[in-house]
Design a protein around this ligand. Structure first.
Ligand code: NAD
Length: 418
């Protein structure tokens, strides 16, 4: 698995090995479960607006095919590598199994800073990347969705490009599309609403009341902004938020309506006048009830975990907490970490609903979507909490154990071919 060497892939493997040790898994089974099934690396040439040509590196990794087609987001970020994508695909596998979805994990991405490309350049990049994936993705094969740096528009271009090749509309090839072309009501909000719902459930277990409680949000994109709005509806005050351009802090609570108006105009939280600027690292250490990392991996590390002053870490991002940080937080015992594969699973759950609706050409109301989403999240949270209490293990170890065990069992039942 040397081709995947990367700190984030190493981190996903370390987390896996903790579970495998507990389950006394053989070396052969470890390799079988960990090794990504397929990986594709593509060169994506794009004609830029000035007439020049840039070539970007694109990736797609499908982690396992045991339970159905694979599912996972597409990331546009300058740091995207094959190893990072493989780690994210592995986490998707455990997430789908934990929530009982009939999928293996996948992930894709292009090493590009989407903020530096024009709308037309982004469209050409997305269409060419999709073109390179034709044959590798499809409703019964692998179904992409939005992730960091991509959105509904990206999915619309992917769906359109794939459909042109097929000769007919194939809405089920991607999820997270606009509702007008086969997207699901509630998909855009699903991840953030799920994060807020589970933060609320974790507060219940600590007997914390939402009213007057405080939250800090790192990353104010799809996940972070919706989580913040949902937490406010639950009665919390958001005291600090950040994005790639900077952070803002107001100990009395940010006026989220004004902040959203500012972001709509300036495309960043930085400079919001009703608050003080705050650095990203300092912001993570603010005293608060709920800390929501909703940006990148490896933000809570061995260097800052001992200094966190929150009661709950609700992982909106994938992989925001390193194994070293986990060890410190477990030792401290005063911070509950709701692990990514549970906490941000709302997105893939509603993506699954979108795929089901597309395959049946029969669409649900937002109420039906949300009702089914919260039932699945409640069930997964309940199972994870029960295992954590029974075995006296952290929630991450419990959630990963449930996910990994299900994939392991399925592989054993299906057997090895030939
Ligand atoms: P997004 O692109 O909509 O937003 C990302 C936000 O993070 C932006 O505000 C960006 O400015 C900010 N950011 C980037 N670098 C930062 C930094 N160093 N410090 C602070 N903020 C920074 O992406 P998203 O879809 O909201 O995804 C965020 C995270 O959630 C990712 O880890 C992604 O894998 C995970 N996730 C997303 C979904 C989904 O449905 N979109 C589902 C599950 C998990």
């Amino acid at each position: 698995m040397d081709i995947y060497r990367h700190p984030v892939f190493d981190m996903a493997c370390q987390q896996f090995d903790l579970v495998a040790d507990r389950l006394q898994m053989s070396t052969a089974d470890r390799v079988l479960l960990k090794a990504p099934k397929r990986a594709l690396t593509v060169a994506v040439p794009v004609r830029m607006d000035d007439g020049s040509t840039q070539v970007y590196s694109g990736y797609r990794v499908q982690h396992h095919l045991t339970l159905g087609p694979t599912k996972g987001g597409v990331r546009y970020h300058p740091d995207v590598t094959l190893g990072e994508v493989a780690a994210l695909a592995m986490w998707m596998s455990w997430k789908c199994a934990l929530t009982g979805l009939p999928y293996g994990g996948a992930k894709g991405g292009v090493a590009v800073d989407p903020r530096k490309l024009s709308h037309h350049e982004l469209e050409r990049l997305t269409r060419r990347y999709t073109q390179e994936l034709v044959g590798f993705i499809g409703p019964q094969l692998d179904i992409p969705a939005p992730d960091l740096g991509t959105n509904e528009q990206t999915m619309a271009w992917m769906m359109d490009t794939f459909s042109v090749h097929a000769g007919h509309s194939v809405p089920g090839v991607v999820t997270g599309k606009p509702v007008g072309i086969g997207g699901s009501l509630g998909r855009r909000e699903a991840t953030g609403r799920g994060v807020a719902y589970l933060a609320g459930r974790a507060m219940d277990t600590l007997n914390l009341t939402a009213s007057g409680a405080t939250a800090v949000i790192q990353g104010y994109g799809n996940v972070g902004a919706v989580a913040a709005q949902s937490l406010v509806r639950q009665g919390l005050r958001i005291i600090a938020v950040s994005d790639a351009n900077g952070g803002v802090y107001n100990p009395r609570g940010l006026d989220m309506r004004q902040l959203d108006a500012w972001v709509a105009e300036h495309r960043t939280v930085a400079g919001f006048p009703e608050a003080e600027p705050i650095g990203g690292e300092v912001m993570l250490l603010l005293p608060c009830d709920v800390l929501v990392p909703a940006a990148l991996e490896r933000q809570i590390t061995g260097a800052n975990a001992g200094k966190l002053r929150c009661r709950i870490v609700a992982e909106g991002a994938n992989g925001p907490t390193t194994p070293e940080a986990d060890a410190i937080l477990n030792e401290r015992g005063d911070v509950v970490v709701i692990p990514d594969i549970l906490c941000n699973a709302g997105g893939v759950v509603v993506s699954y609903f979108e795929w089901v609706q597309d395959l049946q050409s029969f669409f649900w109301t937002e109420g039906e979507v949300m009702d089914r989403l919260f039932r699945i999240l409640e069930n997964s949270f309940g199972q994870t909490l029960a295992l954590s209490r029974k075995e006296n293990i952290p929630l991450r170890l419990a959630a990963m154990t449930l996910g990994i065990q299900r994939v392991w069992e399925a592989k054993k039942i299906r057997g090895l071919f030939p």
